[in-house]
Design a protein around this ligand. Structure first.
Ligand SMILES: *[C@@H]1O[C@H](CO)[C@@H](O)[C@H](O)[C@H]1NC(C)=O
Ligand SMILES: *[C@@H]1O[C@H](CO)[C@@H](O)[C@H](O)[C@H]1NC(C)=O
Ligand SMILES: *[C@@H]1O[C@H](CO)[C@@H](O)[C@H](O)[C@H]1NC(C)=O
Ligand SMILES: *[C@@H]1O[C@H](CO)[C@@H](O)[C@H](O)[C@H]1NC(C)=O
Ligand SMILES: [Zn+2]
Length: 487
């Protein structure tokens, strides 16, 4: 990006470069993205924080975010409701079938490789190249990002790591992660990050071992609220709380499981006829060569608490079909049920992964900051809508995605985020090429309306005067309209 500066330049090139700001004030070369007042954003995920946990015990810190900001009551996350697929959706706005991290455990028949959250395969970039996470886009637009253990953030994706990041290490405390984030946001302006992501493993771990219904979960939830309080205090203490928009959400909820609700695949199908790729409650089954029909017919009506889908018949609404990493047969347990090969496997009292429309699978969502409304409750959103919302806050052009800013626009404060250089910085560096759509879209709609009006007017006038030309004038007006819409 700064090649011209680093290498020095010929007199002619220097002249050209010094004229550039005049002829192309939004050009790439004289990018100075870290203008004071740029909107900043911190996205926090508490793994497995179910939407209703905040009502179980006093959670004053969650409440304070809601009072000063927004809360969404129903957040429909994506299928399957597992950790990696949903974390990647939050930063891409894509369903799993499109972003390619379709499960925590995967097999890719083209790569002929297996992927597991538990192994170093997670660092193999090839698994992550089907989508571009927001931190990469922020950096490509000239901004900076910082990642504290967000899933996938220590992997090189499209050739890029976050500007600042921590390598994943579950032993590093929440407080240390927060201190890093604070350090990165409060660095001198030319080094400070614009976008941060922060991840914490709880309350997911406790939810799995205790089960969400356990009274012991109350203390775990209260502990998360205290951690959030620590983050809020640190933001305040470092003077970031009025500058940084804060979103606190999660990847999924948690369902209570029961030891008597176990489905044993060994009862229905021979182990040597298939391999199973992702585990309960949504299991990817890869039948051995030539065994697809046989394995499917043995599983399809095997157990009333389990559905078996042929890949082609996975319901459209789940958006979980169009990827080679989705296996030829998918088993899905009913909520509360566990799929095993036999009972000797490790049993957990809580799990997630089930249908994303089940209330217990859904996460929390609260946010506050200069970009958000105050004391506002919205009834529902989809987690894919978060990506266009974050792009808007950061003034980043969103890549094609499955969300829509229109669905969540009401969460934003009516006061626009500061985009134009303010009078306080009249001779400041030129504005980076990140931009908001709003003015552009606005002018477009205006132009479209005027053009549409003109076209209708012309048609009406022409029709009135020369009925024979009816067909022709319609044809003439079509391309004009289409061209405008496509721009
Ligand atoms: C896939 O990899 C395995 C080893 O992991 C190997 O045995 C097998 O032959 C490979 N299959 C193909 C089609 O290359
Ligand atoms: C992980 O973090 C812990 C605690 O900070 C540290 O003791 C340990 O050495 C780290 N592990 C690795 C592999 O860096
Ligand atoms: C369950 O599976 C294990 C291997 O995973 C096997 O050793 C054991 O005999 C099986 N138990 C029953 C009851 O089938
Ligand atoms: C999701 O968005 C991607 C990128 O625009 C697109 O290719 C895909 O078809 C979309 N999926 C659905 C279900 O609309
Ligand atoms: Zn999770």
């Amino acid at each position: 990006m700064m090649t011209i500066r680093r290498r020095g330049c010929s007199p002619l090139l220097c002249l050209w470069a010094s004229l550039l700001p005049l002829v192309a004030p939004h050009g790439q070369i004289h990018h100075e993205p870290h203008v004071e007042g740029w909107p900043k954003l911190l996205l926090v995920s508490f793994d497995g924080f179910r939407w209703d946990y905040i009502d179980r015990v006093p959670t004053p810190n969650f409440r304070s975010i809601m009072d000063e900001g927004v809360k969404v009551e129903n957040v429909e996350n994506i299928y399957i409701t597992k950790t990696l697929p949903n974390h990647l959706t939050l930063v891409t706005g894509l369903y799993a079938e499109t972003h390619g991290i379709v499960a925590n455990e995967m097999y890719d028949p083209i790569l002929n490789q297996s992927f597991s959250m538990e192994t170093d395969s997670i660092y193999d970039s090839r698994w992550w190249e089907q989508a571009v996470p927001l931190w990469v886009s922020v950096q490509k637009a000239g901004g900076r990002s910082g990642a504290a253990m967000w899933p996938g953030s220590d992997v090189k994706i499209h050739g890029t790591y976050p500007s600042q990041y921590l390598e994943y290490n579950s032993s590093v405390s929440f407080e240390t992660r927060v201190q890093k984030i604070i350090e990165w946001f409060s660095a001198p302006e030319e080094e400070a990050v614009d976008f941060g992501v922060l991840y914490w493993e709880e309350p997911d771990e406790s939810g799995h071992t205790l089960g969400p219904q356990s009274p012991l979960m109350d203390a775990v939830i209260a502990g998360i609220d205290e951690k959030l309080g620590f983050l809020l205090n640190e933001l305040k203490r470092s003077g970031l709380d009025e500058k940084v928009n804060l979103i606190v959400t999660s990847d999924h909820g948690m369902a209570q499981l029961y030891p008597e609700k176990i489905i044993e695949l060994d009862e229905y199908v021979e182990r040597d006829t298939y391999s199973w790729v992702d585990k309960s409650p949504v299991v990817g089954i890869l039948p051995k060569e030539g065994k697809l029909e046989e394995v499917y017919s043995l599983l399809v009506d095997a157990n009333p608490n389990m559905v078996a889908y042929r890949k082609e018949h996975i319901p459209e609404r789940l958006h979980y079909q169009h990827n080679v990493r989705i296996m030829p047969i998918l088993l899905e347990a009913k909520e509360g049920w566990t799929i095993m090969q036999n009972r000797t496997e490790h049993f957990m009292l809580g799990n997630h992964g089930y249908d994303n429309t089940l209330r217990n699978m859904q996460p929390i969502f609260v946010a506050r900051g200069p970009g958000f409304q105050q004391n506002y409750v919205k009834s529902s959103m989809r987690s894919v809508d978060l990506y266009p919302l974050m792009c808007h806050i950061l003034s980043i052009r969103p890549l094609p995605n499955n969300g829509s800013l229109l669905n969540v626009q009401d969460l934003l404060s009516s006061q626009p985020t500061p985009l134009a250089p303010t009078p306080a910085h009249p001779s400041g560096p030129p504005k980076p090429s990140r931009y908001s759509y709003a003015p552009v879209v606005g002018s477009f709609i205006g132009v479209l309306l005027v053009l549409g009006f003109l076209v209708v007017y012309i048609i009406v006038v022409t029709l009135n005067q020369q009925p024979v030309l009816k067909h022709r004038s319609w044809e003439m007006s079509q391309p004009l309209l289409q061209e405008d819409i496509q721009l």
